[in-house]
Write a protein that binds this ligand. Structure first.
Ligand code: SF4
Length: 374
């Protein structure tokens, strides 16, 4: 077996081939990772994300464009709000961290904001780790704000680079993740679905920070309560709430550990598979279909390829398209055709509880229809 460094280089080359010649890798963000962890059985998504394929561009080239992404207006508004929150060396942001998470500490009348500039994601990750170490070991008793630090998290054998909005080092040396969102907080509470998505995203950052913390001795405490900053009511003024992400952290950690290793998926692919959006749709479809997928309706809210995968699942009559709970009820029956045949008594083991339930349902339906016709 080749040494690990050679294996890592070979994998990177293989992933670059899958992406296509001269196609830049798209960095995985925490939102994508949280979604990836939501469907850990999907090899298609794992290899596409692992190879840094731009799934939105791929979906467009396949003829099933995704309905994902924020409008330009929303992006501009979000950036303007974040700049406001971080103005004056992050004074307002630190005030909110102090007020909501650490009121017993000294107020953040002054704070250090280290320069995190470096070349490339690896360089920025190393610079962030150094700044965290210095703030924790030398900056005791003071506040430090890391604006857009870069963290790395091992995902299925490949590093994913992540960029939280901010990380704050408290005077006691603890670390807090800060998420800044542009959806409003009305009377102190925000849309639970949006808060849930932000919490899953923040949990990914917490996991990545814990990897940095584990390399320090003694390891600093990574706080599991993160700060969510949003516009107050319908204004542009920032407000914040502390969000406990322990549950999301535990779920994401478990799901990421279950992801099939990217190396194994890449090894199983036939020669010639390539996901470059420049390729003709027919060739691209064949490449995408070469990787097994596990479509579920939840994909519609989490993956750019959802329309493509849904069309394929429906064309194959896969019961996964009907939802995970229906799929679980049907046991070994995996196609709609098989389910109908079982219900009609043409196939299936009558001892199988799913088959028995289907036949009973079919009988009741026939009786009901007969009663209506009389
Ligand atoms: S949409 Fe397709 S590729 Fe994306 S997670 Fe679902 S099945 Fe996998």
């Amino acid at each position: 077996m080749p040494p690990p460094r050679t294996r890592g280089t070979a994998l990177r080359q293989r992933l670059a081939e899958l992406r296509g010649p001269d196609v830049q890798a798209k960095a995985l963000d925490a939102r994508a990772l949280a979604a990836l962890a939501a469907n850990p059985g999907c090899r298609r998504r794992a290899i596409l994300d692992g190879a840094g394929v731009n799934k939105a561009a791929l979906a467009g080239a396949l003829g099933s464009p995704s309905a994902f992404g924020q409008s330009q207006f929303a992006l501009t508004r979000g950036n303007a709000f974040e700049a406001k929150v971080k103005a004056d060396g992050g004074a307002e942001l630190l005030r909110l961290v102090h007020e909501r998470l650490d009121p017993g500490a000294e107020p953040p009348n002054s704070a250090s904001v280290p320069d995190l500039t470096a070349s490339g994601p690896e360089g920025r990750t190393a610079r962030t780790a150094l700044a965290l170490r210095e703030a924790t070991e030398q900056g005791r008793g003071t506040w430090t704000l890391l604006d857009h630090p870069m963290l790395a998290l091992d995902v299925a054998g490949s590093p994913a680079f992540l960029e939280p909005d901010a990380v704050v080092v408290h005077p006691d040396g603890g670390w807090t993740v800060v998420e800044i969102k542009s959806f409003p907080m009305l009377d102190g509470s925000a849309d639970p679905a949006k808060v849930g998505a932000a919490a899953r995203q923040a949990a990914v950052y917490v996991l990545a920070l814990e990897e940095v913390a584990a390399r320090l001795d003694p390891a600093p405490r990574v706080r599991h309560r993160v700060l969510l900053v949003c516009p107050k009511d319908f204004s542009n003024l920032p407000t914040a709430s502390a969000v406990d992400v322990r549950k999301q952290r535990a779920v994401t950690s478990r799901q990421l550990a279950r992801l099939t290793r990217i190396q194994d998926i890449a090894d199983a692919l036939p020669e010639g598979v390539c996901f470059s959006p420049e390729l003709p749709a027919e060739q691209l479809t064949a490449s995408v279909e070469a990787v097994p997928a596990v479509y579920a309706p939840e994909c519609l809210a989490a993956c750019e390829l959802a329309f493509h995968c849904r069309d394929r699942a429906r064309a194959d009559g896969a019961v996964t398209a009907l939802g995970r709970s229906v799929r679980a009820e049907l046991g070994g029956l995996t196609t709609v055709e098989g389910v109908l045949a079982a219900a009609r008594g043409e196939a299936g083991d009558p001892e199988d509880p799913a088959v028995a339930a289907l036949r009973r349902a079919a009988l009741l339906r026939t009786e009901a229809l007969g009663a209506m016709c009389r």
